[in-house]
Design a binder for this molecule. Structure first.
Ligand code: ADP
Length: 304
């Protein structure tokens, strides 16, 4: 999506952002040797064209970035009020991205299966689709898994994008149960379950019965829990003193985690890469930090 952010002088600054997009950009920056494709739909409007150019500049593979002739790129605006609270206004009802399932052909899905090792989907990817298209996406993801592609999923919950909380809960649980790697935010799960104040341990109790092969639970500056069928691990997070903007904290965390995983790093290092990138990202305004601000990942060969 095209993001417009009002700065301290009242001027609007334009950038590009979106949860899966943010993860793709950060993953490619951390893992130059990995072919990272951003699968979505844009239009032919000026923001869509600029988004495509931006993908190229970030070295993302846009083989599955489709073009819709009538729809356009979604937009959102962020303003910070006098109490420092962020206010979002979204203009995405007619966004091209909502047509993803119609725009991807059977050949596209076959190529995915042949060329990709992992596919990463978020609850927002599902929320913006019609119920029929969610079902279509789910079936295609299951086919990919049968061809050996692994599925990673993030619970990113935006209540306003779903018809009702019950539908969101059904889909998020369906995706969690089918994932090879799941990222669950404590705040997201509290929203999904309408259970105020849920912490990482509550989420672990709730999701462990799903037997997800690798479940990563994020809870802001609190411990990160990683749960596999045989072990539970807890990793401390070093809190950032001056948080500027938490936009993309979770998305960049996911990218750091995936980059370390693809690099063959053990669990402890996956969390370490994830947390160090996320802690840098929240010290900058906006979802995507300048390439020059990217942290250097230090390899540690200790076992998880
Ligand atoms: P999500 O957006 O997925 O809900 P969180 O808010 O839980 O994500 O944050 C994701 C990650 O960002 C955390 O696990 C942590 O590594 C990092 N993070 C978030 N807030 C802080 C903070 N105040 N200090 C340090 N790290 C943070």
């Amino acid at each position: 999506m095209a993001e417009f952010r009002q700065n301290d002088c009242g001027n609007w600054q334009q950038a590009f952002a979106g949860d899966v997009f943010n993860t793709a950009v950060y993953l490619k920056r951390l893992s130059a040797q990995t072919d990272v494709a951003f699968a979505s739909v844009v239009g032919i409007d000026m923001f869509s064209r600029a988004l495509r150019t931006y993908c190229d500049s970030e070295m993302l593979n846009s083989r599955w970035l489709k073009c819709h002739q009538e729809r356009s790129c979604g937009l959102y605006f962020i303003q910070t009020d006098s109490q420092g609270e962020r206010q979002f206004s979204y203009y995405r009802e007619n966004s091209a991205a909502r047509t993803l399932i119609q725009m991807l052909s059977d050949d596209d899905w076959l190529e995915f299966a042949e060329q990709m090792d992992w596919v990463f989907v978020s609850a927002i990817s599902l929320a913006i689709l019609s119920e029929e298209n969610r079902q279509g996406l789910f079936q295609q993801l299951q086919r990919l898994q049968r061809c050996g592609v692994k599925l990673a999923f993030d619970t990113n919950y935006r209540s306003s994008l779903w018809e009702c909380p019950d539908i969101a809960r059904v889909w998020i649980y369906k995706m969690l149960a089918g994932s090879d790697l799941a990222f669950a935010g404590a705040e997201d799960m509290a929203g999904v379950l309408n259970h105020c104040g849920m912490n990482a341990k509550d989420v672990a109790r709730e999701l462990t019965p799903l037997k997800i092969p690798e479940l990563v639970i994020k809870a802001g500056k609190e411990q990160v829990l990683v749960i596999t069928p045989n072990y539970h691990y807890a990793f401390e997070i070093e809190p950032v003193d001056t948080v500027v903007d938490t936009t993309a904290a979770g998305d960049s965390f996911n990218a750091g985690y995936l980059a370390a995983l693809l690099d063959g790093q053990p669990l402890s290092e996956r969390v370490q890469w994830a947390a160090s990138l996320a802690s840098e990202v929240i010290q900058h305004a906006g979802a995507i930090i300048p390439p020059s601000a990217m942290p250097t990942m230090v390899l540690n060969t200790s076992d998880s």
